[in-house]
Write a protein that binds this ligand. Structure first.
Ligand code: ATP
Ligand code: MG
Length: 407
């Protein structure tokens, strides 16, 4: 039996790769204009990095990690890249640089999830992280970067949702309020929600289980809790963020139920959603994580960032097509054809020739499918040192001196 790609993984085929390259190029261009530098961290890390960094009440750590043991070490394929970037930031003393330190990444992530539309086990993210700035201008810059990047790849009609999760102080009262509102139907919720109830009740709002979501409606949860009552500092930060977003003309919706699936967020959280993606509708998730660098053993460092799912972005973009190559060398002189193709490539043209050196008519047929122009290099051309160039669009032909095209 032939071996197939693993469930939840996909080959990205040559016909699809143009979109990927286009997306990655746009990311690099947009981010470098804001002075973000690319970082590439390893695909596997010490399991403890994610347990500590992502948080042990998250689905990612509890259920979705690809973990294995090698030489008595527990290793995990990265399920996300913020923890890895923070590890690198600390390991290479980037906190000694004058802030902000602005980094971006792209690459595969691994989560053991049920594969479905918009959800794979190996998927790809593009993300940014910005370290060292407490002011909400950093949050705004990250959100702006996301919307600019989306605009550049042709997605300007997406919805930005924002919220503030406050700090531990403001969250304390809210957690109690939530627990009180949830208590009457706690027994009916899924096992995950039951365990979140004590450990991290906020995360109940992020439950993906449809039955739980129905219960939230039935018990009118959304009207029973007011949202987090922010302390003065967090309130100011959130207000300032909205001022920046208004000034930048970024449209947003405030969603007091937006909590995000990771434990490390503080103050600002945001998601960018599309109405054309069905139930897996988020293309971007992010927020501020002022405690994470410290949690992972570094100095207190405010930070903010986001990650986008490239497969989901790609599914919103029409498939681009390859443009035709510049020249197809049509010849029955194998040596001269190979030489000419290589010379033209050196000059910067994209060139192909027929490795089977079939009849001219067959070669021209192939040429008209893949090239803009055919260069005919027959016996007469070689003898008299010229080339016949045929425009395959218009069928016009011209004779050009060999030197004129090569030099
Ligand atoms: P979701 O709620 O869809 O599970 P998440 O909160 O787990 O998303 P993040 O960890 O914030 O997602 O990752 C950021 C983005 O990465 C998501 O908005 C989504 O576009 C993409 N993403 C996350 N998990 C997957 C997956 N399994 N397959 C494809 N894309 C994914
Ligand atoms: Mg998820």
């Amino acid at each position: 039996m032939s071996i197939k790609a693993q469930k939840g993984t996909k080959d990205i085929l040559p016909l699809e790769i143009i979109n990927w390259q286009n997306i990655e190029k746009a990311a690099s261009e947009v981010f470098s204009k804001a002075n973000f530098k690319e970082i590439r961290t390893p695909i596997f890390e010490d399991t403890a990095l994610f347990e500590r960094g992502v948080g042990d009440t998250t689905d990612i750590v509890n259920k979705e990690m690809y973990t294995f043991v090698k030489s008595d070490r527990s290793i995990t394929l990265r399920p996300e890249n913020t923890a890895g970037v923070v590890r690198a930031y600390l390991e290479h003393n980037m906190f000694r640089e004058s802030p902000p330190v602005k980094l971006w990444y792209k690459g595969p992530m691994f989560r053991y999830e049920r594969p479905q539309a918009g959800r794979q086990r190996q998927f790809h993210q593009i993300g940014v992280e910005m370290f060292g700035i407490q002011d909400a201008s950093a949050d705004a810059e990250c959100i702006l970067l996301a919307t600019e990047f989306l605009k550049k790849i042709g997605l300007s009609d997406l919805v930005v949702e924002i919220n503030s999760l406050g700090c531990n102080v403001c969250r304390k009262e809210y957690k109690e309020q939530l627990k009180e509102a949830i208590a009457p139907f706690l027994e009916e919720l899924c096992d995950d929600c039951k365990s979140r109830y004590e450990k991290n009740p906020l995360r109940i709002l992020d439950c993906k289980n449809e039955d739980c979501n129905k219960l939230f409606e039935e018990y009118n949860l959304r009207n029973k809790v007011s949202g987090i009552k922010l302390c003065p500092e967090c309130f100011e930060h959130y207000k300032k963020l909205k001022m920046y977003l208004d000034a930048l003309n970024i449209k947003y919706i405030e969603n007091t139920f937006l909590v995000r699936g990771l434990d490390y967020y503080t103050k600002t959280v945001f998601e960018i959603k599309s109405n054309n993606l069905g139930s897996q509708n988020a293309v971007c998730g992010g927020g501020r994580y002022d405690g994470l660098v410290e949690t992972l053993g570094g100095p207190h460092t405010p930070a903010v960032g986001w990650a986008m799912g490239v497969e989901r972005l790609n599914s919103l973009i029409p498939q681009l097509e390859y443009s035709k190559i510049d020249y197809f060398v049509v010849s029955d002189n194998q040596i001269e054809a190979v030489k000419l193709a290589s010379k033209l490539r050196e000059k910067g043209y994209s060139v192909e020739f027929d490795h089977n050196f079939r009849k001219f008519s067959k070669q021209l047929e192939k040429a008209s499918k893949i090239a803009n122009k055919a260069i005919i290099l027959g016996e007469d051309e070689i003898k008299n040192n010229y080339l016949t160039i045929k425009n395959l669009e218009t069928s016009e032909q011209e004779k050009v001196l060999f030197e004129n095209i090569i030099t």
